[in-house]
Design a protein around this ligand. Structure first.
Ligand code: UD1
Length: 430
């Protein structure tokens, strides 16, 4: 077992380089199934979710070659399988994209229901399945395995009554080679939807409107390999922006698309932090106590739910009372208990957290309940007086490349500590 040990109270100063976007990569990698060819993909984040996805593709017959740091080649010419067992999907929520990709390629997919973060609640995929059905797919479920098959996928008009990133992506993957036109209405508009559309279009697809709420996909009969570079990770960048505002300092966050960060930038400025935007970098400066502000999570371009736990940590130390409302997920405040143990003053009322700012958090043993809750614990530890130990960091490793090295490079005192057994002594690693 491993945990992070953080000595809080050091400002963050210097430069941090952002990795490729996890949520784009977990869609783009399975999209390679849609052609039997070779792909070269750059800016692939070195994180657990990506190794899980690559492992699945390899087991199914693709070959994966590392060409350099964050650069891989995937060859799908030997791809054979249409079945993905539970042993492979259990640790990866986004494994459900294999359903859309396999359906799109073979009109047949059999995929075990995924694992991954569940924020303490149910994460339904009914919209994904309804969208596949609209294209003529028959779906059966047995023992946690979804079997989807169609004689031939046929384009259709699909209106989502709730904006869903996953359902939009899955429908794009399934429809890209379907016969005729597919129109997705009330589509998600997240940056990774646009990135996937760009990747598919480079493969020879005909997708228009990604990034708006209506996406039109004219099915094509053949797709081919391509070279592609994945966009920077909006949430990783946002996490370090908020960390700098909370811990204080002067941090430049490089390899970002500042426009993707605007919902976070606006809120940080409202709290009193300085945010300067450059072509592909942002600089966050903060000193002293910031002021409270209200946050409401919404689908893009609203404030991202995946930044809600991290921003809540900042608000625990702001002057005044903040209200944080999560309108995307029902149950995304489970981590609040951990912050309260560190001295935060937070009460939950329905879908909102009422946060009354305190002078300072105090270090404590806490755990990472899920990926973004884990990131929130890191920020809390960086700001707290004394030592914070974070357990269950496997969740953080799913989505943050080299978090210890990146933070130590800008002045944080954070280490990854091995615990071979509960009784043996701890061994410190840099
Ligand atoms: C993706 C992100 C996740 C982020 C979320 C919202 C990836 C791999 N994960 O998750 O980090 O928190 O977007 O920005 O990109 N819903 C249904 N039925 C469905 C699907 C979703 O009711 O079939 C609901 C969900 O319960 C939730 C809302 O729709 O309340 C949004 O979920 P969705 O956008 O689908 O999230 P994911 O794609 O799972």
């Amino acid at each position: 077992m491993e945990k992070f040990v953080i000595q809080g109270g050091r400002p963050l100063s210097g430069e941090i380089e952002i990795s490729g976007a996890k949520n784009a990569a977990v869609a783009i990698l399975p999209a390679t199934i849609l052609a039997k060819d070779r792909f070269v993909i750059e800016n692939v984040p070195d994180i657990r979710d990506i190794s899980s996805m690559l492992q699945i593709l390899e087991v199914m017959g693709a070959t994966v070659e590392t060409l350099g740091p964050n650069k891989i080649a995937i060859d799908t010419r030997g791809f054979v399988s249409k079945t993905v067992p539970y042993e492979l999907t259990r640790n990866l929520r986004a494994s459900y994209y294999l359903l859309g990709a396999l359906l799109g390629m073979y009109s047949h997919a059999s995929v075990a229901m995924p694992g991954g973060c569940n924020f303490g609640g149910v994460r339904p995929i009914d919209l994904h399945l309804k969208a596949f059905q609209a294209l003529g797919t028959v779906i059966t479920t047995d023992g946690g395995v979804i079997d989807a098959r169609a004689p031939r996928l046929v384009g259709a008009s699909v209106y989502f009554d709730k904006v869903s990133v996953g359902a939009t992506i899955n429908l794009m993957l399934a429809a890209v080679k379907a016969r005729g036109l597919t129109v997705i209405e009330n589509a998600a508009k997240e940056p990774h939807i646009v990135d996937l559309a760009n990747f598919l279009n480079l493969m020879g697809a005909n997708i228009k409107g990604a990034g708006t709420d209506e996406i039109k996909i004219e099915g094509v009969s053949e797709l081919h390999g391509c070279d592609y570079s994945i966009i920077p990770d909006q949430i990783e960048a946002g996490t370090y922006m908020v960390a700098a505002a909370a811990a204080g300092g002067d941090l430049t966050i490089k390899n970002v698309i500042p426009k993707h960060l605007e919902p976070i930038t606006v809120k940080l400025r409202e709290c009193g932090a300085g945010v300067e935007e450059f072509d592909d970098a942002v600089r966050v400066t903060a000193s002293g106590r910031l002021t409270a502000c209200n946050i409401k999570t919404l689908p893009h371009p609203g404030f991202p739910t995946d930044m809600q736990p991290q921003f809540t940590v900042l608000l625990t130390m702001c002057e005044g009372v903040s209200v944080v409302t999560d309108s995307v997920w029902d149950n995304r405040f489970r981590y609040v208990d951990q912050l309260v143990r560190m001295g935060a003053s937070i009460s939950i009322e329905g879908k909102a957290a009422i946060v009354t700012g305190v002078d300072r958090l105090k270090g404590a043993p806490v755990r990472a309940d899920d990926l973004r809750a884990g990131a929130a614990m890191i920020i809390a530890g960086l700001c707290a007086k004394g030592t914070t130990e974070i357990e269950d960091i496997i969740h953080i490793d799913r989505g943050y490349e080299d978090v210890v090295r990146k933070l130590r490079g800008v002045g944080a005192e954070i280490s990854r500590v091995d615990f071979p057994s509960p009784t043996a002594g701890a061994v410190k690693r840099a």
